[in-house]
Design a protein around this ligand. Sequence first.
Ligand code: NAD
Length: 493
Amino acid sequence: MTSSTLTEPLAADASALRVAARVADGIHLPEQGLAVQDPATGSVIGHVADTDVVTALQMVGTAHAAGAAWAKTTARHRADILHAWYEELVAHSDELAHLITLEMGKPLAESRGEVLYGTNFVRWFAEQAVRPGGNFREAPEGNADIITRRSPVGLCVLITPWNFPLAMATRKIAPALAAGCAAVVKPATLTPLTTIYAVELARRAGVPDELVQIVTTSDASAFSTAVLSDPRVRKVSFTGSTPVGRQLLGLAAHNVLRSSMELGGNAPLLVFDDADLDRAVDGACAAKMRNGGQSCIAANRIYVQSGIADAFVEGLTERLRDATVGSGLAAGVVLGPLIDARAVAHMQSLTDDAVARGAELRTGGTAFAGDGHFFAPTLLDRVPPDSAVARDEIFGPIAAVQRFDTEDEAVARANDTPFGLAGYVFTQDIDRALNVADRLETGLVGVNQGVPSNAAAPFGGVKQSGLGREGSEEGLEEYQNVRFYNVARRTTT
Ligand code: NAD
């Protein structure tokens, strides 16, 4: 068995340092505080403030005060500012992409992809801002007109994870601003710089300085306990793991906050005998390996029908074995480091557990030595369903393949999980594709493709993968209250 190799560890190269310097010029970071590290080298790339609860509550007050004026602006005004923010982000795509790679690790080409994806939410919600959903209806009795209006929900607390530091932030901040809300944003401590820079660009575009407050803190629990019980806060939107989402829903219950929860996944990817093999291998590779597998919609359980299974496994193994692993800044790298040492240890224990239970290791299976957090792209075939890798969210570069015989069996096994974010189906039979998509208990389904997200699509999960939707028309409604006026009419004869 041969495995992929690691390219030479690359300290931030000259062009990355130039970009980092340009960014540093635009944002004011403290000399001390929480250290942000490059996961490829372990070197510190900057510090952010470790905000205490008292300061966080002052920031709540500042955002709340600014929100009163913002809520009264016209939709056109907000749309124009969001368009200007989009232009600023596009003009600084290079800095943003380097910053994402420096603090999160993904290959630069993928960071450029995230910049495109993340900025598209700002453009989309700039366009949606002027399409409010208020409408007019007649009461069926003929004695009243019913006018519905949408108003901003109020001050929002937006909590984001480290895996897409730009897109997870813009997917929340842009609709909040479009709807007329102020926001307190808490990015992940591991990757706060991209969010800080993106919000700085929003200010340059005309977003009032006080309207969006960023809280970086080492004590997320104290932050959420204090801030979510503050009566000025009206909404919490969270992207992250299901256990933390559960805790936040508990805290949100106290003041009955509007809550949006984008939580963990355990996506099944189904390949049927009649699939186009190349397309299925490409799609599985994208769905599994993008972001180093550290994506909530990553293909977690790959189910392949018996007739195509050997060819599929061979094709995917070859792709993973050939993948160049290294610093995301190095040319040709397709798999960067994992976010931290804990993630690497988790990959090792998932692999060891599966192999001990009888899974066949086709490639990878080990960490790379050195300062960075690298784990080889791994393929495990014939994974027993009781392995941890087949039950838990992997969040790393392990493709775990199981085999099936019938469609009913595949669907039953795919749905045998408390999670329901994404699913994938590969088949050339359109009837089968749509029937299986209907039967998958997930919020979204990729049909013959591995990258289903889009700013125009209502992203979100069912079951324990979450509540609410991001992107699309639905993404704006998450930040609006619907009210109605019932206007009595005199009936005429
Ligand atoms: P996490 O839940 O550990 O952390 C997410 C964010 O919540 C971070 O900012 C963290 O600092 C903060 N946090 C942690 N505890 C908190 C608390 N008690 N109060 C307030 N904030 C708290 O998740 P993670 O490791 O950063 O991200 C990985 C998880 O996110 C995976 O489960 C993944 O599936 C999920 N995710 C979901 C989506 C989606 O759209 N459904 C998208 C990306 C990631």
